[in-house]
Design a protein around this ligand. Structure first.
Ligand code: SF4
Length: 445
C-alpha cells in the first residue's frame, strides 16, 4: 500500500465544550478527512455529539476565518495582519496619550478572554503585555475554563474545591434538577449516564418553566414560574428542617465535617478564638467555646450560648472583641432563617402546589441513605443517594442543611450553579450562616 493511501488516527480532544470528549482525527494524505469517537475514553464512552462529529469540517471550511476583519463603512472587510496590528496599536497609543483612566475613574481599556478562568499558559505573552500596560478593566466576561463559558466552575471552586461540578448520576437514586438541561448541554456522557441511571431505577425530577429535552427525558417534569426556583428550594429546606424529625438529617456529617456548629456573633461573622483566630464551636462536654479543631470535643450543632471571649473579623478586616457575648451556631441560624419559607409561601410565588413541593422534598429525603457508605472506584465515602442540580447559588444553603458535600471521595451530592440567580427571593437569600460559610471557605488555604 502506498504511503498516500495510509490512514492515520490522531487522538485529540474535542475543542467545543467543557465535556472534553476524546476523539480521533482521521488523516489521509496529510489532510484531516474525518473524525471518530475514541472508543476507550471514559469521558464519552465512544460517543460524540453532533458538534463533535462535525468538528473536523471547520479545518478546511471555506467560511473559516483566516485573516483579521476590520469594520469599514459598516461592513467587515478582510485586512492584513500588519493593518490590523497597526490599527490596534494606534488606538492603544491614543489611549495611553489620553491617560489610562477616564473622566469617571474607570480604565479606558477592557480585556476579556471570554472566560474568566482561562489559564495564563493558554494566552502566550498576552497577560505579560496587559500587566505591563497598567490598569485594565477585567470586569466583563464570565465563566471559567478554557473552552466553557460556565461560572459553575468559579462557584464550584468556592464550594467544593473542585473545578468540575458534576452530578453524581451513576450513584444517585434521586435527582432533583432545577433547569439544568444536561441532556443537551452535558454531551453524550451526560445522556448516557442518565440513561444508565434510569435503567437502574433512579428518578429525576426536572423543575423548570418549559418542557425541555431534559424534562421530557425525566421521570417527572414540574413546571414552575420563571426565576422562582429559589422559593421552591427554600421551601424544600423548610420541609427538611421544620417538618421532619431532626434525626432524619445527617447530623453526624453536619456536626463533624461542616461548619454548621461554628458560632456566629452579633455582626454575622464567625466568633473566633482571640489568640489563634480559629472559629469557635461550643463543646458540650466542657460547656465552653473552643477552637473548632480542638481534639476530643462534643460540638453543639444547634443552639444559642454565651461566649466568654471571642473576636469577630469582618470582610474588610474590621474587628469586634466580645466578652460574655451571645452567639448562635450556623445551623441554628439557618433553621431560624428558614422558618418562614413554608411550601405554602413558595406556592404563591412559584405556582407549584404546596403538596407537590412537599412530596418532592420528602421523596428527596427518603433517598438520603444517612449513615450508609458507597464505594466509588475502590474508595469509600458517605453514601447519600440523591443529587440536586440547580442554576442558583442559593441552593448551596441546602448543603448546609443536609451536610452534603460532593468531594469526590464522598460522591453524594452535586450542585451546578450559573450566574442567573434572580427572582423574588434571590436578594433575600444571603442568610448569615451561609454567608459565614462562604467567607470561611474563602479564607482557607
Ligand atoms: S459533548 Fe460534543 S461538543 Fe462537547 S466535547 Fe463532546 S463532542 Fe465535543
Amino acid at each position: 500500500m502506498s504511503e498516500s493511501n495510509l490512514i492515520k488516527y490522531v487522538q485529540t480532544t474535542c475543542p467545543y465544550c467543557g465535556v472534553g470528549c476524546t476523539l480521533n482525527l482521521v488523516v489521509k494524505d496529510g489532510k484531516c478527512v474525518g473524525v471518530e469517537a475514541y472508543k476507550r475514553s471514559p469521558v464519552n464512552d465512544g460517543k460524540l455529539c453532533p458538534k463533535g462529529v462535525t468538528c473536523w469540517e471547520h479545518v478546511r471550511s471555506p467560511d473559516r476565518l483566516t485573516a483579521p476583519l476590520i469594520k469599514k463603512n459598516g461592513k467587515f472587510e478582510e485586512a492584513s495582519w500588519d493593518e490590523a496590528l497597526d490599527l490596534v496599536a494606534a488606538k492603544l497609543n491614543d489611549i495611553r496619550a489620553r491617560g489610562l483612566i477616564d473622566e469617571v475613574g474607570l480604565p479606558r481599556v477592557a480585556a476579556t478572554f471570554g472566560h474568566g478562568g482561562t489559564p495564563a499558559s493558554y494566552m502566550g505573552s498576552f497577560p505579560a503585555y496587559l500587566s505591563a500596560w497598567g490598569m485594565i478593566d477585567y470586569s466583563f466576561g464570565s465563566g471559567q475554563g478554557v473552552k466553557c463559558v460556565h461560572s459553575e466552575h468559579l462557584y464550584g471552586e468556592y464550594w467544593h474545591r473542585a473545578f468540575t461540578v458534576s452530578a453524581d448520576t451513576p450513584n444517585a437514586n434521586s435527582i432533583v434538577s432545577f433547569g439544568a438541561n444536561v441532556e443537551i448541554t452535558g454531551g453524550p456522557c451526560a445522556a448516557a449516564r442518565h440513561a444508565s441511571a434510569r435503567v437502574r431505577g433512579a428518578q429525576r425530577v426536572q423543575i423548570e418553566p418549559h418542557l425541555s429535552i431534559t424534562a421530557g427525558a425525566s421521570a417527572e417534569w414540574v413546571p414552575i414560574k420563571p426565576k422562582t426556583d429559589p422559593a421552591f428550594m427554600f421551601a424544600m429546606i423548610h420541609i427538611l428542617v421544620h417538618e421532619n424529625p431532626r434525626e432524619r438529617l445527617d447530623l453526624v456529617f453536619l456536626r463533624d465535617t461542616t461548619s454548621s456548629p461554628y458560632l456566629v456573633g452579633p455582626h454575622g461573622y464567625f466568633m473566633r478564638d482571640p489568640d489563634s483566630l480559629k472559629p469557635l464551636i461550643w463543646d458540650s462536654s466542657r460547656n465552653a467555646a473552643v477552637p473548632h479543631d480542638t481534639p476530643g470535643i462534643e460540638p453543639m450543632l444547634e443552639g444559642r450560648v454565651v461566649v466568654a471571649h471571642a473576636i469577630e473579623i469582618g470582610v474588610d478586616e474590621e474587628r469586634w472583641r466580645h466578652t460574655d457575648c451571645s452567639a448562635e451556631t450556623s445551623f441554628f441560624m439557618l433553621v431560624s432563617h428558614m422558618h418562614k419559607y413554608s411550601p405554602e409561601w413558595a406556592a404563591a410565588i412559584c405556582d407549584v402546589p404546596a403538596s407537590t413541593i412537599r412530596r418532592i422534598a420528602n421523596e428527596f429525603l427518603d433517598q438520603a441513605c444517612v449513615g450508609q457508605t458507597v464505594e466509588v472506584d475502590g474508595e469509600f465515602g458517605v453514601g447519600v443517594n440523591y443529587v440536586m442540580v440547580c442554576q442558583h447559588f442559593e441552593l448551596h444553603a441546602i448543603k448546609c442543611v443536609r451536610g452534603i458535600g460532593n468531594q469526590l471521595a464522598q460522591k453524594d451530592f452535586a450542585v451546578v450553579v450559573c450566574t442567573n440567580a434572580g427572582g423574588p427571593v434571590a436578594e433575600k437569600t444571603t442568610d448569615t450562616a451561609a454567608a459565614s460559610l462562604i467567607r470561611e471557605y474563602l479564607s482557607q488555604d
